[in-house]
Design a protein around this ligand. Structure first.
Ligand SMILES: *[C@@H]1O[C@H](CO)[C@@H](O)[C@H](O)[C@H]1NC(C)=O
Ligand SMILES: *[C@@H]1O[C@H](CO)[C@@H](O)[C@H](O)[C@H]1NC(C)=O
Ligand SMILES: *[C@@H]1O[C@H](CO)[C@@H](O)[C@H](O)[C@H]1NC(C)=O
Ligand SMILES: *[C@@H]1O[C@H](CO)[C@@H](O)[C@H](O)[C@H]1NC(C)=O
Ligand SMILES: *[C@@H]1O[C@H](CO)[C@@H](O)[C@H](O)[C@H]1NC(C)=O
Ligand SMILES: *[C@@H]1O[C@H](CO)[C@@H](O)[C@H](O)[C@H]1NC(C)=O
Ligand SMILES: [Cu+2]
Length: 646
């Protein structure tokens, strides 16, 4: 019975994973809005404050707050979660069941989002409730061990449900998706506070859905006390995890549980509550999908007592990078134009990184100390965004030409996410223990939500045809068609077209957990005769640690102008080891001039030329025939393949 069942489910997985015809998506359209370039536009108010926020479908952003006295109500108590519809700014409150205060989150390989951990039941003012099962006024049971799951839909009907509880309580855990589509949940504490302490530390990690030994102790995490909450963590292409907390850095092998020491991070503390901005830079054919992680800002402080004026202490301008699969050393990068704690770094489809939110003095956190600004541990909001270009020469990576300041301070508990139309949604800020908008509160509970419009926003967008709804790890390439309009009437622009996948991630506490940018390999055939082009596009590189399975946005970018993003499923759409195929060959890039020199704008008849962006990577064609067989022959062959693969 069991082998048969396994065979049956594997066959099913094969159909899902290697379906002969992943749907061909209709070409994306144009953005619904126009915006003032380089500026923020206030769209209205959210129902709950956006401490945590993520893009769940093309049209829905999901917001999660801590338990507090929001006016919006659900099931007879204040709401602390909501859904925001991008097309028309409509909203609905949602029930998050337990206290999601300072939770973590990510998306699993099957498309379900997790919201993980939190605080005990509270009453007015954020004070711990006597009844941990949660009764009035908030009706908020303890969320410390909670896994909240949401399978997002676009019909306004999806709801949070509670999954299997974690082994231990975690307030401020980090969550990252792994190669098999499961999540690793790291660290946290029992009772909260500005920083962690040995009496309440949870220096362990566990997996969801649970697998193997759960939880596993990390000696490194406890060594980083008191700065080990929300450890900054990324799955690397090597399959190891880069982890950074306090001044220390390691690689963690999540299978053998081995920890490898890397250099200390220079200049500043980067993890919460110093809360630097941090991001994995684009993984591209040009860098052979090698991960470099950028850290910017934070605070150069080692006194985490609250007996001094933290809110007035200048944040750091320092930016450093590390390429952890290659070397253990950090490299100095161009500093921020002004000091920033609590920056959000957001990947734009054109490969640049938007830096926004945060403050120039102080750190994350709040409390009732006399020096606090209201309750805020930070001051001097950093209102003007700035953009980092990884491809710019050293000394000119940061640019804020044409960027205008927001009018809304985005202090502690703010968030930001990229949207499918290439704008960035920004919301939250609430350095207060409960809902507080009283007059004289300098940094109130912030409900205003803004859209930021990057330089490309109002440009006519490419509308590529032939995009697939699902991508495999390796396997045969696919063709995408660009019209004359998509190429601004010049087929030669095909040479400046890229296909990129962005996982927008789960935004909270200056992190976008799981955020990732992966450029697919591609070549082109461009026709001077009619100024159209075909892009030949590789599947995802054959290594799920480069891009973990699950849903993501795909953009085709021509001359720096992205299409509106479409949603694709990367991998099988199921949790488990992913099928990895050899990557198919791409034809060499070529420009086919118009027969008699007509038509091609700028077409000088350069003829066929090899501009394959990474020719050395293409391997033999044997693999394509293998995968085609898998595609064509159906269940039995596929099931066998998968059974040996798994
Ligand atoms: C995804 O996996 C989780 C964990 O096993 C499960 O609870 C959830 O229902 C799954 N989602 C879908 C859409 O199958
Ligand atoms: C801080 O003061 C506020 C407002 O007076 C109160 O509601 C809250 O419980 C206090 N918090 C702490 C941690 O003492
Ligand atoms: C790219 O990375 C892969 C995997 O790490 C490695 O096997 C390959 O040799 C690299 N290719 C180049 C051109 O460096
Ligand atoms: C453009 O010209 C090429 C070469 O003649 C042809 O193969 C292709 O079908 C044409 N595309 C369109 C959209 O007309
Ligand atoms: C590609 O487009 C970008 C954005 O317009 C531009 O800066 C760059 O110079 C172009 N590259 C080439 C090779 O044309
Ligand atoms: C996935 O692969 C790993 C390493 O290759 C293996 O240890 C593990 O058992 C596999 N998991 C499943 C569910 O087959
Ligand atoms: Cu917090």
């Amino acid at each position: 019975m069991r082998p048969f069942l396994a065979l049956f489910f594997s066959s099913l997985a094969c159909v899902l994973a290697q379906d002969a015809s992943p749907t061909i998506l209709s070409p994306p359209g144009q953005p619904l809005f126009t915006g003032a370039i380089g500026e923020f536009e206030i769209l209205g108010n959210t129902l709950v404050s956006a401490q945590q926020m993520f893009l769940g479908t093309l049209d829905k952003v999901f917001i999660v707050d801590k338990v507090e006295n929001n006016k919006a109500r659900i099931d007879g108590h204040p709401a602390w979660a909501s859904e925001f519809t991008l097309d028309d700014n409509s909203q609905r409150p949602m029930n998050a069941w337990t206290n999601s205060f300072c939770a973590g989150g990510t998306v699993l390989g099957n498309g379900t989002w997790l919201n993980v951990g939190g605080n005990s039941a509270v009453t007015w003012g954020g004070a711990q409730a006597e009844d941990s099962s949660g009764s009035g006024p908030y009706d908020d049971p303890d969320g410390g061990r909670s896994i909240r799951e949401l399978a997002p839909t676009s019909d306004g009907q999806c709801e949070w449900v509670l999954g299997t509880a974690m082994t231990t309580r975690r307030w401020y855990p980090t969550v990252e998706t792994l190669q098999d589509g499961t999540a690793i949940i790291i660290g946290g504490c029992n009772n909260g506070g500005y920083v962690n302490d040995a009496g309440q530390d949870n220096p362990t990690y566990e997996f969801y859905p649970p697998k193997g030994k759960n939880p596993i102790t990390s000696p490194w995490l406890s060594d980083q006390l008191p700065i080990n909450l929300y450890p900054l963590t990324w799955l690397l292409p090597s399959g190891k995890l880069l982890m950074q907390a306090n001044r220390a850095t390691i690689l963690l092998d999540p299978n053998s549980h081995t920890e490898y020491e890397l250099d200390d991070i220079p200049d500043a503390i980067r993890a919460y509550p110093a809360s630097a901005g941090s991001i994995m830079l684009p993984l591209t054919p040009a860098n052979n999908w090698t991960a470099t992680v950028l850290f910017c800002g934070g605070t150069d402080n080692d006194d985490w007592s609250t007996g001094w004026n933290i809110a007035a202490f200048p944040a750091s301008t320092s930016c450093v990078t590390i390429t952890p699969d290659v070397g253990k050393k950090y490299t100095q990068d161009d500093p921020l134009p002004e000091a920033r704690s609590m920056a959000n770094l957001i990947s734009l489809p054109d490969g640049r990184v938007l830096c926004l939110n945060g403050a120039q003095t102080g750190t994350a956190g709040y409390g009732n100390q006399s020096w606090a600004v209201g309750q805020s541990y930070s001051d001097k909001p950093a209102l003007t965004p700035v953009i980092y270009d990884p491809s710019a020469p050293k000394g000119s990576k940061w640019d804020r030409t044409g960027l205008k300041a927001s009018t809304v301070p985005r202090m502690y508990h703010s968030s930001a996410t990229l949207l499918p139309d290439g704008a960035v949604l920004v919301s939250g800020s609430n350095p207060n223990s409960d809902y507080n908008v009283g007059s004289g509160v300098k940094y109130p509970t912030e409900y205003r939500v803004e859209r930021f419009y990057p330089s490309y926003y109002n440009e006519p967008r490419p509308q590529p045809a032939g995009l697939l709804s699902q991508l495999s790890y390796g396997g045969p390439s696919f063709d995408v068609f660009l019209s004359s309009d998509d190429l601004s009437g010049d087929a030669q622009n095909a040479a400046n077209a890229t296909v990129v996948i962005i996982r927008t991630g789960f935004s909270t506490h200056s992190m976008n957990m799981g955020q990732r940018f992966v450029q697919l390999d591609s070549t082109y055939t461009a026709y001077g005769e009619n100024n159209t082009a075909t892009l030949h596009v590789s599947q995802v590189p054959p290594n799920p640690a480069i891009l973990a399975p699950g849903p993501a946005l795909l953009f085709v970018v021509v001359n720096g102008v992205p299409s509106v993003g479409v949603q694709v499923m990367v991998g099988s759409g199921t949790i488990g080891n992913q099928t990895v195929l050899d990557i198919g060959d791409l034809p060499a890039s070529s420009y086919v001039p118009a027969p008699d020199g007509q038509g091609g704008g700028g077409g000088s008849g350069s003829g066929s030329q090899d501009q394959s962006s990474n020719g050395a990577l293409h391997r033999g064609g044997g693999s394509s025939s293998f995968s085609l067989l898998c595609l064509g022959l159906g269940l039995v062959f596929c099931a066998r393949t998968l059974l040996t693969d798994f």
